[in-house]
Write a protein that binds this ligand. Structure first.
Ligand code: MN
Length: 738
């Protein structure tokens, strides 16, 4: 082994001394000695090992320990564990060595971290399941793991490009929601921005530049806005820090995508934050509301935009008062009001509770959530990926609070339905549920609950769980319970589905060959044959169009879903296709119009068109499914089967048209429909398949299905539609099926 050079050794020493500076004054001699011992041991263990960047490896554990100490505010045991977190994984030392030197607690944490590590390409659905199990043992393991990922993301530049994209996708998929759920807002934001930067470098730099360009103007506006507030707060003897914060690049970009608006149309880039140094004489809540009243004396609040997360904190512990007010320049500005303690919790999450409450309270607050996870893990032995899907639903969504007839409050993810609530209260209640009564009105199982609803669940002894409930159940708990009820049925369904598939092949007189089965599996975006059988058996897939899928001429899905006008070019392509069709995973897959069109198909979930940034999913060695880079399905595939994701690029596409869906919204006026259709029919290379207009109370809505050649044509059409007087909103809808 090559030892480090003198220069490298003193570099390491410098970085370590920097780290020690941040610990100053926070730890006693005994703790500092433990930290020192951990560093010396880890440093010796990692001697001579370097990171991809060429830096000595030990710089990484030092950096992770610093995040653990500063950003997470954790104690000496966590810092020691962070310094040692890669020792068992990467060196010859064993867990027993760690236990002998640093005790059982540290050894258990390091063990948890070692079990969670592994190559980025491995099956991460399993990793999440493992992570959640660990979480119910010791939450510190997850916190250190998040710190580890944060440092890896900060130093991602030295990785190879395709690895970067995978790691960034996994971060968005797993770590961001976890950080969010644990209330680590600052870290969540940074992870999001770093992932965005690596997934979409051009867009990231563009937004950064635009933020920079408007900085001067923005600072001027901020000062104008806060000046009267600061004055009044001073007069009333409040000790407050008034600052402003910007939306992250990622959330600006998300908003631009979601609402199809330009950078300049994102109006809530800025938020004002007032942090009160609270005084013990009055309750924190009262002080926040006093400040709120000062702000709304100066600026008019938007009527329904006061959010009170102090009376009812978010499940991750977040407390704050949000109000949107009309600023002096005629813009809505969000103002966040909170005390210094609330601010600390908001930035640092549950870890901050350590600083304000004794550990028992801290654990009490985390407990209901961990208990929920434990229950889920026990009740749900379906495959890990399915579990992950269900669980993530609940990580992402914001929450609503509903009430039982007795007035007990129950928190549920937004979008939850009656059946979700029934299972949330009790499994039996779910199994027997037939509907509910909300404010004296009867509603079905699928009814979506609103914040503040008071709900009485109605049951019947004759009711049994039904599979179609899965279509409108949204909580992991309800979905798990419904699936459990059908587990015994699963084998039957698979058997039945297999029979149905065989029958279908007989009917169209085609052999049940491996190749034909592959086509079916790929067509329905299934993971494997068994999944296909079981979905057919349950009745989620009917094989009505099997002939078209298998059929020779139309085995390309394009024919069915897109209006294709082929020129003479594709005969040559057919000949070309006689050669080996095997796809080279290492090369960028080029999408050609003349290419043998069985080699790729366009995903139905996101319906990419030429010009959209895309990636390919290798569904078998001769077939690629093309998805938009941002398709949620891709995030899933990347974490689950990252090795099958390949780069893909459009080449020139001229002849084919692609079905695309647009939604319009605006204020109705005479002649608007005519203007919309004129703009479309005047557009080059655009054909209408169907248009549907609807007006209601003066609001105009349009649902258009158009054949279009590429993303550029689409973009220019959207901007022309937006110029029509009365049209407020034009958005592309990825799902063509609703
Ligand atoms: Mn590490």
């Amino acid at each position: 082994m090559q030892h480090f050079t003198q220069a490298e050794i003193s570099y390491i020493e410098d970085r370590y001394q920097d780290f020690l500076k941040v610990l100053k004054g926070k730890f006693d001699e005994e703790r500092l000695a433990r930290i020192e011992k951990a560093f010396r041991f880890s440093n010796a263990a990692h001697d001579g090992i370097k990171r991809k960047s060429g830096e000595p490896f030990i710089i990484h554990p030092i950096a992770v320990a610093k995040i653990v100490a500063v950003d997470l505010g954790l104690g000496a045991t966590s810092i020691v564990s962070a310094l040692l977190h890669d020792v068992v994984e990467d060196t010859e030392y064993r867990l027993s060595d760690i236990e002998n030197m640093f005790g059982e607690r540290v050894a258990r944490i390091v063990d948890g971290l070692t079990k969670l590590s592994g190559d980025y390409d491995s099956r991460h659905a399993l990793t999440l399941k493992k992570m959640l199990m660990t979480l119910s043992d010791d939450v510190r393991v997850i916190l250190i793991k998040i710190a580890d990922r944060l440092h890896n993301m900060r130093t991602l530049d030295s990785m190879q490009p395709h690895k970067k994209i995978k790691i960034a996708a996994e971060t968005l998929f797993l770590y961001v929601p976890l950080a969010h759920r644990l209330g680590l807002y600052a870290i969540k934001n940074e992870l999001e921005d770093l992932s965005f930067k690596h997934k979409h470098p051009d867009e990231y730099n563009q937004i950064l530049l635009m933020l920079h360009n408007q900085e001067e103007k923005r600072n001027y506006l901020v000062n104008e806005f806060i000046r009267p507030i600061v004055e009044k707060l001073k007069n009333e003897d409040f000790n407050c820090a008034v600052t402003h914060r910007l939306k992250t690049c990622y959330s600006i970009w998300r908003k631009m995508q979601k609402k199809s608006v330009t950078f300049n149309e994102v109006y809530d880039i800025l938020a004002i934050r007032i942090v009160i140094k609270s005084v013990p004489e009055f309750s924190e809540k009262r002080q926040c509301f006093d400040v709120l009243s000062i702000v709304t004396d100066i600026y008019k609040p938007k009527p329904d935009r006061i959010r009170d997360w102090i009376t009812t904190p978010k499940a991750n512990g977040y407390e704050s008062l949000h109000v949107t007010v009309m600023g002096p320049q005629g813009n809505w500005v969000e103002v966040q009001i909170r005390t210094d303690r609330m601010d600390d919790v908001a930035e640092h999450g549950f870890a901050a509770h350590y600083r304000y409450k004794d550990i028992r309270t801290f654990e009490n607050e985390l407990d209901p959530w961990i208990e929920q996870i434990r229950e889920l893990l026990q009740s749900n032995d379906s495959d890990a990926f399915e579990f992950l899907d269900d669980f993530k639903l609940n990580l992402y969504s914001s929450e609503i609070n509903v009430f039982t007839p007795k007035g007990d409050m129950i928190s549920l993810p937004q979008g939850s339905t009656v059946i979700d609530l029934a299972y949330e209260i009790h499994t039996d209640l779910g199994n027997k549920c037939i509907g509910a009564k909300i404010n004296l009105k009867l509603v079905p199982l699928s009814h979506v609950l609103q914040n503040g609803d008071q709900i009485e669940i109605l049951t019947s002894e004759n009711q049994v769980p039904k599979l179609e409930w899965l279509k409108f159940s949204n909580t992991a708990k309800a979905r798990g319970k419904i699936k459990d009820a059908f587990k015994t049925e699963k084998a039957k369904h698979t058997e039945k589905g297999k029979q149905l598939v065989e029958d279908a092949f007989n009917r169209i007189k085609e052999p049940l060959s491996a190749n034909n089965l592959k086509k079916l599996v790929a067509h329905y975006n299934m993971n494997n044959r068994d999944q296909l059988y079981s979905e057919v058996g349950v009745g989620f897939i009917d094989l009505g169009d099997i002939k078209e899928i298998i059929g020779k001429k139309s085995e390309n899905k394009l024919v069915k879903y897109w209006n294709i006008t082929f020129g003479g070019g594709n005969k040559a392509a057919e000949k070309e296709a006689d050669h080996s069709k095997k796809i080279d995973q290492k090369k960028t897959f080029l999408l050609k119009e003349t290419q043998d069109n069985t080699s790729f198909s366009l995903a139905k979930c996101c319906n990419p068109i030429p010009g959209d940034p895309v990636v390919g999913y290798l569904s078998n060695e001769e077939h690629v499914i093309i998805h938009k880079v941002d398709c949620p399905e891709v995030a899933k595939l990347l974490t689950n089967q990252g090795e099958n994701i390949i780069r893909a690029e459009w080449t020139k596409f001229k002849r084919q048209s692609y079905l695309t869906r647009l939604n319009l919204e605006g204020f109705d006026r005479l002649g608007i429909v005519h203007e919309v259709t004129t703009v479309i029919s005047k557009g080059l290379n655009i054909n209408m398949r169907s248009v549907k207009f609807d007006t209601h109370d003066g609001i105009f809505k349009g649902d258009l299905f158009l054949y279009i050649h590429n993303a550029e044509d689409l973009k220019s059409l959207i901007s022309r539609l937006k110029n029509i007087k009365g049209i407020e909103n034009v958005s592309r809808v990825e799902n063509l099926n609703e």
